[in-house]
Write a protein that binds this ligand. Structure first.
Ligand SMILES: [Zn+2]
Length: 400
């Protein structure tokens, strides 16, 4: 494959970024920001670093447009990645930025989402070097904490005074690779997380007491309804995309003495569970909470607290308009674009909450291996993705 000097530089920058271990729970943000700043300095972009009230940093790289009064375009990517459970089963080490013999760049974050961040950067670099001045200012925003929900990252950034002054009107955030040749997804909507902590309470007693209340039994009876709710939705997954269905996963259970302690004849006083629900756009958060409340009321001894909930509203018609504009650009590149209701939640929702319009766009047609073993992106896809991103940025930075 023939590579231009610009392609080579993009690949090198990408490899260096992958070598910085920004895996949760201890991402090396300072190192990542130093590297990204060095790219901006090399290429003559101005940049600012904000320290959020959480103590975490955000880097903003700027390319001023010709009309500073127009709402600006933000290209958002998160610097953190998910951890690797077992490095030894990877084809090549996940934090080495190495290239396979068949020209795939392998590493944690290649798809989610350092690869997209590098494409944002190099698309902007191409625009600057071609001497193209967009109507709107463009900002590359590098945020922390997305893999933990963004509550200490994008969620705080949108309330920051420095961010407010940027007058952002549009944002491009992450989507998912399509897995289908010559087709790309544009994420226009996403499910909203609702996370619950369930408590089942009874009186501790000897396990020989027939009539004693048992918090584990109470909890299991309650959870059976949750499992039912979930499996009913799974049955619909043949006909509908997962992003349009409700899911309710029981993610942890705890009660009683440690299983290895040998203590088995005591009925404990409490039992706990956590449930992670994902609510599709067509359902309201309140609707789901009401049905959980009904269920709780039928089960004495059960109570719950909400540990996290995102109930931001999305301006669907505005997203549809953005989608149409991007679809047109993608078509001129000989590809098709499909709109996607996404299963998971991303930082996009934090931006949308403040009225900023945005969609999720990962311009890769490879198999989706987000968070997977041997996460990789081919050099070919990376370069194609950059060209498409460049055209999309030009379109969105244009005054209508
Ligand atoms: Zn991501």
């Amino acid at each position: 494959m023939k590579l231009t000097l610009d392609d080579r530089l993009m690949i090198e920058d990408f490899q260096r970024y992958l070598r910085i271990n920004t895996a949760q729970p201890a991402p090396a943000y300072a190192q990542a920001i130093t590297l990204l700043q060095s790219f901006a300095d090399r290429d003559g972009f101005s940049h600012t670093t904000i320290t959020l009230s959480s103590g975490l940093p955000v880097l903003i790289i700027s390319y001023p447009g010709s009309n500073p009064n127009l709402p600006a375009l933000a290209l958002n990517h998160h610097m953190d990645v998910v951890p690797v459970a077992d490095e030894s089963i990877w084809e090549l080490p996940p934090f080495a930025g190495e290239i396979t013999h068949d020209d795939r760049i392998i590493g944690r974050g290649t798809q989610d989402m350092k690869g997209v961040g590098i494409i944002h950067y190099h698309a902007l670099r191409t625009m600057q070097r071609s001497g193209i001045l967009p109507d709107r200012s463009i900002y590359i925003i590098c945020v922390p904490d997305e893999e933990k929900g963004g509550f200490k990252g994008a969620r705080l950034l949108v309330e920051d005074a420095t961010f407010g002054k940027l007058n952002i009107g549009y944002v491009l955030d992450e989507g998912v690779p399509s897995g289908i040749k010559d087709m790309l997804y544009i994420k226009v909507n996403e499910r909203k997380p609702l996370q619950l902590r369930i408590l089942s309470k009874a009186q501790s007693a000897h396990a020989s007491k027939l009539l004693a209340d048992n918090p584990n039994h109470q909890l299991i009876q309650f959870l059976q309804h949750i499992v039912h709710m979930h499996t009913e939705q799974q049955k619909c997954a043949q006909a509908l995309p997962a992003g349009q269905l409700l899911s309710a996963h029981i993610t942890s259970l705890s009660s009683g003495f440690d299983i290895d302690s040998g203590v088995v004849n005591i009925i404990p006083e409490t039992a706990y569970a956590t449930i992670d629900l994902r609510i599709p756009p067509a359902m309201s958060m309140q609707e789901v909470i009401t049905s959980i409340n009904l269920l709780r009321d039928q089960h004495p001894g059960i109570s719950y607290t909400i540990s996290a909930a995102a109930d931001e509203r999305i301006d669907t018609p505005a997203n549809q308009e953005l989608f149409e504009r991007l679809r047109h650009v993608i078509q001129t590149h000989g590809l098709t674009a499909l709109s996607l209701d996404f299963e998971g939640a991303t930082d996009l929702r934090h931006y949308q909450k403040t009225g900023i319009q945005g969609v999720g766009f990962t311009p890769f047609a490879c198999i989706d291996n987000l968070h997977g073993t041997d996460e990789a992106i081919s050099i070919e896809q990376l370069i194609k993705g950059k060209h498409i991103m460049y055209a999309c940025i030009q379109e969105l930075a244009r005054e209508l």
